[in-house]
Design a protein around this ligand. Structure first.
Ligand code: SF4
Length: 93
């Protein structure tokens, strides 16, 4: 699943927050998570347990992984509960 899109459109922070996603700030990439969409399949924690650790607060620390690796793991989320916005790309409305 494309972690920077919803229904084929590039996501924005405004859209994700309006839909109920929570933001987990990173230096080069922000990760967004929606607990009600999460199917608890665990691809994220298996993909990079340094970034995604269920027992920790916050449970997502974007900067514990590289940008490309974070994107790889987010794209492996089958439910759409994880999204991302890169900081090094111009915002697209
Ligand atoms: S990969 Fe997605 S659906 Fe699976 S546990 Fe992580 S956030 Fe939830």
């Amino acid at each position: 699943m494309d972690g920077n899109q919803i229904n084929g459109k590039k996501v924005t922070e405004e859209l994700l927050v309006a839909k109920g996603y929570k933001k987990y700030h990173g230096a080069d990439l922000d990760i967004y998570y929606h607990k009600d969409i999460c199917a608890h399949i665990g691809n994220c924690v298996r993909g990079n347990p340094n970034v995604f650790e269920v027992g920790r607060r916050p449970w997502i620390i974007a900067d514990n992984g590289g940008v490309e690796d974070d994107i790889r793991v987010i794209n492996s989320c089958p439910s759409g509960a994880l999204k991302y916005i890169r900081k090094d790309e111009p915002a697209c409305k």
